[in-house]
Each structure stands twice: as structure tokens, then as C-alpha cells.
Design a protein around this ligand. Structure first.
Ligand code: GCW
Length: 646
């Protein structure tokens, strides 16, 4: 490590190819200064030279004539010179980091390429609190220490780490960040008004890397901060309050991105208190932001979290679609509906949310969770690139990536020296960022890209081992946890570790309905909750059919007997046993593989990975034994292979 935190995917070595060349940078402004500063540092270290006049090996230039979209750049090489051009400084910054990622390849052969982001909105959403919340800690669902923004209830004095973070995000193609938790508590609500200076200070750090800052706001702010008797979105005083508050924000932060709102969700206030719709609520804020070019990210994570478990007619999976599809076309143009990728809540396996394909007249962003709330909490290796890639490619006629305007990633970083607790969890943030830029990228290629940048110049054996450990780690996690898409068998509250019935009789709408005969949630139109009917063809029929439903989602859509034979030939209960043993074996194999190469990396990194892998194995064994034992006791069916079940 070079300082008190790990350089992640931008170690000095990643700049060797560029920094040993003659580098020209043409254009003016803050982002160009950033590129110049980067170039100067790289050249100082590796013996190259900034070459603003005369011969060069690589040239970066903003040229207004170029027929290029915002953030787009051209990347070409001929006659021994690599040339990056963009119409705007943001495009040039992306082009700069593209050259860094390419390393020596940027200086070999001839090429002529154009690169533009597929999704204009690429936002990282922090669930950071200013204060330490008594239950959730400082970062809600944070597994990497405290906030990098706030400490002891105040903005950190030294923001150099925030600058380094902005640089990492920009290098992955991120262009927006929301700095505070979507659950807005009292202290954090004030960031909008009397604590806006803190937001401005953070925005200054992010601005240098082309990243706009967004704020999560309290829908009831006109009451809690403004002293009004109401937050009714159609009340004139409320509209005036938001207009004035927003104007004051822009007076301090002219490039402020906008608001993120969790309304009428898990106890957060919202327009329903005034019998107004989500469109009324979102449009209120959109109206205040519109004069300044700001946007509202309005979250679609709305469901009844006070359900009676006896009530079989309510299905949480249906909720987002049922709430929002009637409102399609009623949102202001600067509202972005932010939809979780699955209909439930970031489980290891869910179908793609049908809402993503059902809002043709509304700008939509898909939300993914880099923080591994339900996927091992950054104690387990679980590379999620392949999961997100499946979501982005999922065809609702067109792939999801062609239907949405943005990708929002719930951040997984904290003040931990490795940023993410588990050093290998950095790959999730990297992959999410890169997939937002180009959803067609192969997640395995992205993993290789991350490994090569983060562990540059290392032994190929190390790279091979990391690839072997991380590739399919998502499937490994799936195998030893909740089976066949049923989800939630975690400890209530903190959500770590197994508790098969932990959520079974709770108000949260997360049930598996296991009894002595079978398991799964009947979401068919024929006999269940009708959720399959929210999908267009062919999915509505595929998921409806017991014969055609993909195995990995079987229990998400169907309630079946334990003896039901899967498409893969195993019975459900035998599949549960087999996958749970196999999942743990996979973790054992990861550990063996890691032991062969751990001596090749920085000692502190190796020590942290060792510790996490040991925890992962203990936890995977616990999952295996609890889940297998539960189903053995429920079903009475022994393991066909006679392995140990308790
Ligand atoms: O997954 C759930 C989490 C909550 C979170 C919520 C949300 C920020 O358990 O901690 O709240 O999702 O996405 O709003």
C-alpha cells in the first residue's frame, strides 16, 4: 500500500505505459487540468514528458468541431501517434482513463475507435449517514467501516481520500454520486439546507473528476426543515419551499446533480400521506430542479413492509409494478424512476424486475447493490459482474440496457484501508462502473481487466488463481445459501448467515412456505399470486410453466413437492443437498488455490484475504448444515449419497 489506503485499480504502475511517453494535452478547464496533473505525475514517475508543443506519442484534445456526443471520445492510432479526441472535457477524461486501462496496447499497431457511454446516467449511491445510526451503524448495509465523507458527525477535514475515490470512480466511467443514505435521518436531512456547505465541499472533490453530486432528501423536509404544516406536493407553500431550497442548493453548487428519494417505503415519508401519487411527489421535486438542469431519482422500492404473514393474497414481488405502471407517462421528463434489478431485494437469485420492461414513457435507471448485503457482506468472495450482466442483457423485446437510461450502484466502500473490507470486493464496484458505460462488456473480461490493473506486473499464476477464485463465486455463494431462487433465509436484521425460518412469520413479505411436503412461492396466474402475469411474452408463460421455468428460479415462481424432478434430473430436495455440499467444496477449493499464490501479493492484502476466506468457509459450512438439516427434518428424505446431515 502506498498510503493509508489501497490504490485499488489505479496503482502507480497502471500509469507506466502512458507515463513513459511524450504526452500532449490540449484544451482548457478544470477536467483538462485534472488530465494535465495526472499526466505530469505519471511522466515524473516513469520518465516521460508532457509535450504541449512538438512531437508526441499520444495526444489528448478537446475539439469543438468533432461530431461527438457528450462524454464520447475517439481513440485512434496511426503513424506512431495515439490520438484521443472528445467534444467535451468529460469525454476527454474518459478517453484518458481508457488509455490508462489499455496500458502498452495503446501504443501498438493502428486502430480507429469511438467510445460512448451506453447509459448517460452512471451513479454510485452511498447509504452513508453523517451520524452513527444506533442500529444500522454509520453506513447502512456497509461492510467496510465508516463513511469516507463524515466522521464523528462532521464532514472530514481531510478530503484527500474523497478525491482519490472520485478518481477511482471516474476511471471506471462513473459520472454521478449520491452521498447520503436514502433513509434520511434527522441530521442528514439538514444537508439540504444549513449543512449544504458540506455537500459543496464534497462536490468540489468530485467535480475535478467529472462527477456530479446528488443528495438523498427527506420528502417531509418542508415540515421537518421548513416548519410548514404539510408536505403535500400540490400545496403551493410546499412547492415554493422546494423551489427556494433548491435554488439555494444551486447557488452553492452550480453543477449539483439532483435529488434521490425513497418515499412511502419502509417507513419513509411520501406523497401517500396526502392521498397523492408517486408522480405528484416526484414531479414536485422535478419542478424545483428543472430550471437548473437537475434530476430526481425516484425509487420504485415501494411495498407493504407491514404485511400479515397469514395473508396469502399480498405478494411483495408484485408491488413495484403494481404501484408504478399505472403512472407511466405521468412523470416529468427530469424524473428517473430507479428500479431495483429484481422484484424483491437484491437476493442472490431473482428474476429480472418486470417493471424494467414496463415503463416505456418514463426514464428508468436500474439499481444494483455492490454492497453485498445478501451476498456475503464482503466477508465472502462473490463477484457480481455476471449477475448484473445477465440483468442488463435480459431481453424484454430489447435488452434491459437498451430500455434504461441509467445504472445506479449502491456503494460498497468505507474508510477501510482496502476500501471494501474484502480486497476482492473492489472488483464489484469496478465491474458495476464499467458495465454502466458498456453493458455489453463480458463480465469475465472485466474481471481480468480489474485483476490486471489492480495487480499489475504480477506473476501470471496470481492472475490465473484470482480469476479461478472469483469467476463463478456468485454461483458458489448461491449453492450454499437459499436454494432455487427462493431467497431470504438470512438472519433478520443484519442479514448475515443462515436462518431458514428467520423471515417466515414476519411482516416483510419474504416467505418460502416450506412444509413437510414441499417448498416455494406460487406466483403463477393459474393458482398463485399472478406475478408471472407482470411479464411480457415469452416470460409470462415460461415462468408460469412448471416444466419450462428455469431451475434456478423454480421456487421463486412455484411451490413444489420435495420429490419434484428438476430439469437437471435431480429432485428438489436432493438438489438442495448436492448444491450445499458442492458450494462448500468450492470454497475449500478457492482457499487451496489462494494458498498457492498468496505470497505473491502485498502482505497486508494477503492477510486480509486469508482472514476473509477463513470466515467464508466457516459461514458456508454453517449455511450448508443448517439448510440441509432443515430440509432433511422437514421432508424426512435422506441424502441419496449418505453424507452427513444433522
Ligand atoms: O435491502 C434493503 C435494506 C435496507 C435498505 C433498503 C432500500 C436503505 O435492507 O437497509 O435501506 O433495502 O433499498 O431502501
Amino acid at each position: 500500500m502506498i498510503s493509508d489506503f489501497h490504490p485499488a485499480w489505479l496503482p502507480a504502475e497502471a500509469f507506466r505505459a502512458l507515463g513513459s511517453r511524450r504526452v500532449q494535452v490540449r484544451g482548457d478547464g478544470l477536467l483538462l487540468d485534472t488530465v494535465r496533473t495526472e499526466v505530469a505525475a505519471a511522466c515524473r514517475r516513469f520518465g516521460g514528458a508532457p509535450a504541449d508543443t512538438g512531437l508526441c506519442d499520444v495526444s489528448f484534445a478537446v475539439s469543438s468541431q468533432a461530431d461527438l456526443a457528450p462524454e464520447e471520445f475517439t481513440y485512434a492510432r496511426g503513424e506512431g501517434v495515439t490520438v484521443v479526441r472528445a467534444a467535451d472535457p468529460a469525454g476527454l477524461l474518459h478517453g484518458f482513463f481508457h488509455v490508462v486501462r489499455q496500458g502498452e496496447r495503446a501504443f501498438a499497431g493502428d486502430f480507429d475507435e469511438r467510445h460512448a457511454p451506453a447509459l448517460p446516467i452512471r451513479l454510485v449511491s452511498h447509504w452513508d449517514n453523517v451520524d452513527v445510526h444506533p442500529v444500522m451503524g454509520q453506513v447502512e448495509r456497509g461492510y467496510a467501516g465508516g463513511s469516507i465523507f463524515w466522521s464523528a458527525g462532521r464532514l472530514r477535514e481531510d478530503l484527500s481520500r474523497v478525491r482519490a475515490y472520485a478518481r477511482l470512480l471516474a476511471a471506471g466511467g462513473i459520472n454521478a454520486v449520491a452521498i447520503n443514505n436514502v433513509n434520511v435521518h434527522e441530521a442528514e436531512a439538514h444537508l439540504l439546507t444549513d449543512r449544504i456547505g458540506e455537500v459543496a465541499a464534497l462536490a468540489e472533490q468530485f467535480r475535478a473528476y467529472g462527477i456530479r453530486v446528488h443528495l438523498s432528501v427527506d420528502f417531509a423536509a418542508p415540515i421537518t426543515l421548513g416548519g410548514l404544516p404539510t408536505a403535500d406536493p400540490l400545496d403551493e407553500r410546499v412547492r415554493a419551499w422546494w423551489a427556494q431550497a433548491t435554488q439555494a442548493v444551486y447557488a452553492r453548487i452550480p453543477d449539483f446533480g439532483g435529488y434521490v428519494v425513497k418515499a412511502d417505503s419502509e417507513g419513509q415519508p411520501g406523497p401517500s400521506a396526502y392521498a397523492r401519487s408517486h408522480a405528484d411527489g416526484a414531479n414536485l421535486l422535478a419542478e424545483a430542479l428543472a430550471p437548473f438542469g437537475g434530476v430526481v431519482h425516484w425509487r420504485a422500492f415501494v411495498y407493504n413492509h407491514r404485511q400479515d404473514w397469514r395473508d396469502r393474497s399480498t405478494d411483495r414481488a408484485r408491488a413495484a409494478y403494481d404501484h408504478f405502471t399505472p403512472l407511466d407517462g405521468r412523470f416529468a421528463p427530469n424524473v428517473i424512476l430507479q428500479v431495483k434489478h429484481g422484484p424483491m431485494d437484491f437476493q442472490v437469485r431473482e428474476p429480472v424486475s418486470p417493471l424494467l420492461g414496463a415503463m416505456p414513457s418514463t426514464p428508468v435507471a436500474v439499481e444494483v447493490q455492490a454492497t453485498q448485503e445478501y451476498t456475503g457482506q464482503q466477508r465472502h468472495v462473490c463477484y457480481l459482474g455476471p449477475m448484473w450482466s445477465e440483468v442488463l442483457r435480459f431481453p424484454f423485446g430489447r435488452p434491459v440496457a437498451g430500455l434504461v437510461q441509467g445504472m445506479v450502484t449502491v456503494a460498497n466502500v468505507g474508510d477501510d484501508p482496502f476500501w471494501t473490507g474484502h480486497p476482492l470486493a473492489q472488483a464489484n464496484l469496478y465491474a458495476a462502473a464499467r458495465l454502466g458505460w458498456n453493458p455489453a462488456l463480458d463480465p469475465l473480461a472485466l474481471l481480468d481487466e480489474w485483476i490486471a490493473l489492480t495487480f499489475p506486473g504480477h506473476d501470471p499464476a496470481l492472475r490465473e488463481a484470482l480469476r479461478a477464485i472469483m469467476d463463478e463465486s456468485w454461483q458458489a455463494y448461491e449453492r450454499y445459501t437459499a436454494p432455487l431462487g427462493v431467497g431470504f433465509m438470512v438472519r433478520p436484521g443484519h442479514h448475515y448467515g443462515p436462518d431458514v425460518d428467520g423471515y417466515e412469520y414476519t411482516p416483510w413479505g419474504t416467505y418460502h412456505f416450506a412444509d413437510r411436503d414441499g417448498i416455494g412461492v406460487d406466483r403463477t396466474r393459474a393458482t398463485g399470486t399472478g406475478f408471472t402475469g407482470q411479464y411480457p411474452s415469452p416470460w409470462r408463460d415460461l415462468y408460469e410453466s412448471l416444466a419450462d421455468c428455469p431451475d434456478e428460479l423454480l421456487l421463486f415462481f412455484h411451490h413444489v413437492p420435495y420429490a419434484h424432478v428438476l430439469r437437471n434430473g435431480a429432485t428438489v430436495v436432493q438438489h438442495i443437498y448436492d448444491t450445499h455440499f458442492a458450494g462448500v467444496e468450492r470454497v475449500e477449493a478457492m482457499i487451496l488455490r489462494w494458498q498457492q499464490v498468496s505470497g505473491l501479493v502485498d502482505e497486508a492484502v494477503a492477510a486480509r484475504i486469508n482472514e476473509r476466506l477463513a470466515q467464508q468457509l466457516r459461514s458456508a459450512e454453517e449455511w450448508r448444515d443448517q439448510v440441509n438439516t432443515y430440509f432433511y427434518r422437514k421432508s424426512g428424505v435422506p441424502d441419496a449419497r449418505g453424507r452427513r446431515i444433522y
